[in-house]
Design a protein around this ligand. Structure first.
Ligand code: TRP
Length: 329
């Protein structure tokens, strides 16, 4: 059985794009692997979050993941800051990570451009912290989006470098967990190609039916096609793309026909689309509302998660210290 580690950003609530993009695959992944899911609250410090919001953000993400089906009976779920060994491994790894390679990382250059007033050392060493998360568990596989591939590549390089330097075969080189065909990309309702937090066009798993209806009804449309079988503009194709994911084939075929014969009524289509989205999100939303009130349960999940994560972490730290030459008197 492979060990899989998945790091989750602790910013904002999960949306339909996250659900179809990753979350649904995570739920399957837990059955075939030893999975660790953790909430990366240490990483979030690089952007100086308001202390009054830090815990709330972590809680939201935890609740959303549990509600969507991440199962603490099958997987280890923990909060990164509950495992102090991560910070220790980060320090050790940093001694073998070079300024030059960090400074040319895409995510660093991007962030440095976006927050020129706060180009802190944590931002620069973000890839070392991520490597510490992964190498701590000697993970075989890490599910990553496109934007994280370079970080995973760096983790492999750091692992190799450590092994070479100390002449050991200690760290494994983790590879990307590949979902293949199953990765579905959900477009935005505003005509953009992607549903995303920074795009501000999201349907959240925690949205009420009313909010979802409102968002869908506001989606960009036009006065309809004038030529039979015309090519759909992107913003219309997007509605069909979401429909193909949440609705039945009959529903999709019906609206395809209406489009092709120039009889489409977007009002009807959106009503149907909203209803089918609501069908997907309602059970998750109901669990979110339950879990939010249940701090005892959440505490139990993350306490047990941290205990299990720390079993690996303590062993890794002991090994690494020994490899590096630390000895007790
Ligand atoms: N950097 C990842 C992101 O922004 C989150 C993350 C932190 C992560 N540590 C990780 C992902 C380790 C995978 C493995 O999405």
């Amino acid at each position: 059985m492979d060990t899989v580690l998945s790091g989750i950003r602790s910013t904002g609530n999960l949306h339909l794009g996250n659900y179809y993009g990753a979350l649904r695959n995570f739920i399957k992944m837990q059955n075939e692997n030893k999975c660790y899911f953790f909430i990366a609250d240490l990483h979030s410090l690089t952007t100086h979050p308001d202390p009054a919001m830090l815990h709330e953000n972590v809680k939201n993400v935890l609740v959303d993941y549990l509600a969507a089906g991440i199962d603490p009976e099958k997987s280890v779920i923990y909060v990164q800051s509950d495992v102090p060994e991560v910070a220790e491994l980060y320090l050790y790894l940093n001694m073998h990570v070079y300024m030059g390679e960090l400074a040319k990382t895409s995510s660093f250059k991007d962030k440095a451009r976006k927050q020129p007033e706060n180009v802190n050392a944590g931002l620069l060493t973000y890839p070392s912290l991520m490597a510490a998360d992964i190498l701590m568990h000697n993970a075989d596989k890490v599910p990553v989006g496109k934007d994280q591939e370079q970080h995973l590549e760096m983790t492999r390089r750091f692992a190799r470098r450590f092994n070479n330097f100390y002449k050991v075969d200690y760290f494994k080189e983790p590879v990307a967990y590949n979902f293949g065909q199953e990765l579905v990309k959900i477009p935005g309702l505003d005509g953009s190609g992607k549903m995303g937090k920074s795009e501000g066009n999201c349907i959240f798993l925690s949205d009420s039916a009313k909010e979802i209806k409102k968002k869908v009804m506001r989606a960009l449309t036009d006065s309809g096609p004038t030529e039979p079988n015309s090519v759909k503009p992107d913003y219309i194709e997007n509605l069909f793309t979401i429909m193909r994911v949440v609705s039945t084939d009959e529903v999709v075929d019906h609206y395809e026909e209406k489009w092709n014969s120039c009889e489409i009524r977007y009002g009807d289509m959106k009503k149907q689309l909203a209803e089918d989205i609501i069908n997907v999100t309602t059970p998750i939303r109901e669990r979110i509302l339950e879990l939010e009130k249940n701090d005892d349960y959440l505490r139990k999940v993350v306490t047990e998660g941290a205990d299990r994560a720390r079993e690996n972490a303590k062993k890794t730290i002991a090994d690494v210290r020994e490899i590096m030459g630390f000895k007790s008197f």
